[in-house]
Design a protein around this ligand. Structure first.
Ligand SMILES: Nc1ncnc2c1ncn2[C@@H]1O[C@H](COP(=O)(O)OP(=O)(O)OP(=O)(O)O)[C@@H](O)[C@H]1O
Ligand SMILES: [Mg+2]
Length: 296
């Protein structure tokens, strides 16, 4: 579904350049439900905005299904945004109309694409648990309820892929669970591909795969442990942080590059060079010999 290779995004402001993505690789299969984690400023929203057709990459490849988002014309992007992808924003005020009812809000994107389907709009609101609130104006709904309206809106045009930027950022854990269950249901029942950006590691237990972004590059992947292989009871229990549920892998790109965590580099005082050795089983990365004496 998603294929990014060497994706670069540079923001230019006056005389400053910010490299938000610096050659990022990512692939996501059709029908997968995965999460992206990373520190503030690591490039998560930048990546999601590019995948959502809201922003253009500076260089590299980015394909979603049949669409080449680097080469797509502006008209193509409008069509892409309308038909292929649903988006839940970090700040949901961006796609909500406060003085319309929940139902009218969900019907809005349907009207833009000329496919108003009131029955389906009602169905969506029922699925997100707002059956009794659909005729209320958004100003009369709580933050968590508004967030669920935003999810119904994002699904109004039956997209193949849903991109959600911190969808549970401002709701309590019960609503957060409910939102994740909604995503899982659409993923299972309709084959929707779901990409969630989150700070919340407890959500990580609810997806199949977590990709960590560090400084605009994918650095680590966490893949769900097969519950049949190691009977980890935590899989079905509450919490389920990354370590309990997932196996961690460092990402190695096509030309063999990998990112060494800053803490490791600092601990060994490795700056711009390291020595590497292969002992037949393991690869050992060390501070250069000449430095070892100095740091010892
Ligand atoms: N429009 C912009 N103009 C200039 N710089 C930007 C712009 N948008 C983002 N950046 C910069 O790009 C980098 C990545 O930002 P991004 O919003 O993708 O981070 P993020 O991982 O989503 O962070 P957060 O978790 O805080 O939402 C940051 O250094 C940010 O300051
Ligand atoms: Mg962000």
């Amino acid at each position: 579904m998603i294929q990014c290779e060497g994706l670069v995004k540079i923001y230019k402001t006056d005389d400053l350049e910010v490299v938000a993505l610096q050659g990022l690789n990512l692939s996501v299969s059709d029908g997968e439900m995965m999460a992206i984690i990373g520190n503030s400023g690591s490039g998560k929203s930048t990546l999601l905005n590019i995948l959502g057709g809201l922003d253009r990459p500076s260089a590299g490849q980015v394909r979603v299904g049949p669409w080449d988002l680097l080469k797509a014309s502006d008209d193509d992007l409008v069509k892409y945004k309308r038909d292929t992808v649903g988006f839940v924003w970090q700040n949901n005020a961006r796609n909500l109309m406060p003085f319309l009812t929940a139902l009218e809000n969900v019907e809005m994107p349907m009207m833009f694409s000329g496919k108003l389907d009131r029955a389906y709009a009602k169905q969506l609101l029922e699925w997100v648990g707002l059956k009794d609130r659909m005729h209320n104006k958004l100003t009369q709904l709580s933050g968590g309820e508004q967030q669920r309206v935003a999810i119904a809106i994002s699904l109004a045009n039956k997209p193949q892929m849903l991109l959600a930027d911190e969808p549970t950022g401002s709701v309590d854990s019960r609503t957060s669970d409910m939102i994740m269950d909604i995503f899982r249901r659409f993923n299972r029942e309709l084959g929707l591909t779901v990409v969630i950006v989150t700070h919340d590691l407890s959500l990580a237990g609810k997806v199949d795969r977590v990709v960590a972004i560090r400084d605009g590059l994918t650095s680590t992947e966490f893949i769900k442990r097969n519950p049949n292989l190691d009977n980890a009871p935590s899989l079905h229990g509450s919490g389920g942080g990354l370590d309990e549920v997932h196996e961690a892998y460092v990402v190695v790109d096509r030309v063999g590059r990998l990112q060494i965590p800053k803490e490791f580099l600092q601990a060994l005082d490795i700056k711009d060079k390291a020595s590497m050795e292969f002992d037949g089983e393991k690869i050992l990365i060390r501070a250069p010999k000449s430095l070892e004496g100095e740091t010892a």
